[in-house]
Design a protein around this ligand. Structure first.
Ligand code: AMP
Length: 403
């Protein structure tokens, strides 16, 4: 049993260290381009506020490998956005350890929210790459754990990693639980991977077979149909003996693709045509079942879109991870957008989308509400689907009965 937030009693006046996932994307003007992750954390923050806890928010943002990174990866704009969205005062401390932090916590009142600076600033200290946060440094985890009374982990996106701000703090604190978002993500993924209603159709896209081979294998065991698109489809096309021109291919995975195609003949479906052009650019595409020499396939074609629509027709559970084309180019976003629309239009179905670019497509088309669940953590959800034990969840396991 995983201990959840609602099982924690007497939060009033308690300092609750709350690990959220505010690793949001920014454009080059320094503006936040997608607030899905911030919104995802709101139920837990609201719950803690109503319980009159003193809320301390921890999050990482990007990777920190230089002093320069610290200038562009501060959580300050995220604190500002959170204040804008909620209308609450968010106290931002531009540090995550030391006197300033301790003082700010001492004067915090029940129901108030304080956000600390990017936890990964502890990866680069005094001009050195020390990775205290990312390598779960014991001293750092101990220090952070002593700042509060209770620990709540709501950052599903980092649950597959053992960092100081998730597993580290949790390992030092008795009074702890997963947050409401984390619980929701786990429940939805369980619906797909543990108790899926049939027909269960999984769609896997994205750049490389090698990144997603374990998840493909795992889904082939669990789903009724697994549909492959995106860059990774060309390794399968090559295995099928089709011409792929200069499309993305992983030569060392062609044999594996062949084996999967033969073992799962009726289950594994690969895109049947492509939108292609002569270079990696947002050109007007041509379409065909195969990609001619001198061209590269950058999206699925109309026949694949029809095929996918048919396969989704009677589906009761749909899991989608990864774009079916180069969504950075508008001319090659059609396949991904059509899939998003087809799934969004379906009623009476459990639909889960995960992975950065597919989620971005769903969000930018305003379709997020039409999905049962938009998973915030791409890597973590893939590992969960693969059946791996995620350290950021496991540490909250308890032998106590549910209360
Ligand atoms: P992933 O992170 O594995 O989900 O992959 C996302 C990336 O796959 C995006 O940057 C897409 O541009 C890329 N992608 C999708 N389809 C293709 C394709 N046909 N050729 C090259 N890259 C692709």
């Amino acid at each position: 049993m995983i201990k959840n937030l609602k099982s924690l009693k007497n939060l009033e006046d308690k300092i609750v260290l709350t690990r959220v996932d505010f690793n949001v994307p920014f454009n080059d003007k320094g503006e936040i381009t997608d607030i899905t992750r911030i919104k995802g954390a709101l139920p837990t923050i609201e719950y803690l506020r109503e319980a009159k806890a003193k809320i301390i928010l921890f999050s990482h943002l990007g990777r920190i490998t230089s002093e320069e990174d610290k200038k562009t990866k501060s959580l300050k704009p995220v604190a500002k956005k959170l204040a804008e969205i909620t209308g609450y005062k968010i106290i931002f401390v531009p540090k995550n350890r030391g006197e300033l932090v301790e003082k700010a916590i001492r004067i915090l009142k029940p129901g108030e929210i304080l956000m600390l600076e990017n936890t990964r600033f502890q990866d680069f200290v005094d001009g050195k790459q020390v990775n205290y946060e990312s390598k779960n440094n014991d001293e750092l985890a101990t220090y952070w754990s002593k700042l509060g009374d209770v620990f709540v982990n709501d950052a599903f996106g980092t649950a597959h990693r053992s960092h100081a701000s998730n597993v580290g703090i949790a390992s030092k604190m008795e009074n702890k639980a997963i947050g409401l978002l984390m619980e929701k993500e786990i429940n939805f993924l369980d619906k797909a991977v543990k108790t899926p209603e049939s027909p269960f159709v999984a769609l896997v896209g994205g750049a490389k077979v090698s990144d997603k081979i374990d998840v493909i294998k795992s889904l082939l065991e669990k789903a009724d149909k697994v549909i492959i698109g995106g860059g990774m489809a060309y390794t399968f096309h090559k295995a099928q003996g089709l011409s792929i021109g200069n499309s993305l291919v992983e030569e060392d995975k062609v044999e594996l693709a062949k084996a999967l195609l033969s073992t799962y003949k009726d289950k594994l479906i690969v895109a049947v045509d492509s939108a292609y052009t002569t270079e990696f650019a947002d050109n007007v595409p041509e379409y065909g079942d195969e990609v001619p020499e001198g061209n590269m396939g950058l999206d699925i074609g109309p026949k694949s879109i029809e095929l996918i629509k048919n396969e989704l027709e009677n589906a009761k559970t749909i899991l989608w991870n990864g774009p079916f084309g180069v969504t950075e180019f508008s001319n090659f976003s059609k396949g991904t957008n059509e899939i998003a629309m087809t799934i969004a239009e379906k009623d009476d179905v459990i639909s889960i989308v995960g992975g950065g670019d597919s989620v971005a497509a769903v969000v930018s088309m305003g379709l997020a509400k039409e999905f049962s669940h938009v998973a915030t953590g791409g890597g973590a959800s893939l590992e969960y689907i693969e059946g791996k034990v995620l350290p950021g969840i496991k540490i909250f396991e308890t032998t106590e009965e549910k209360n």
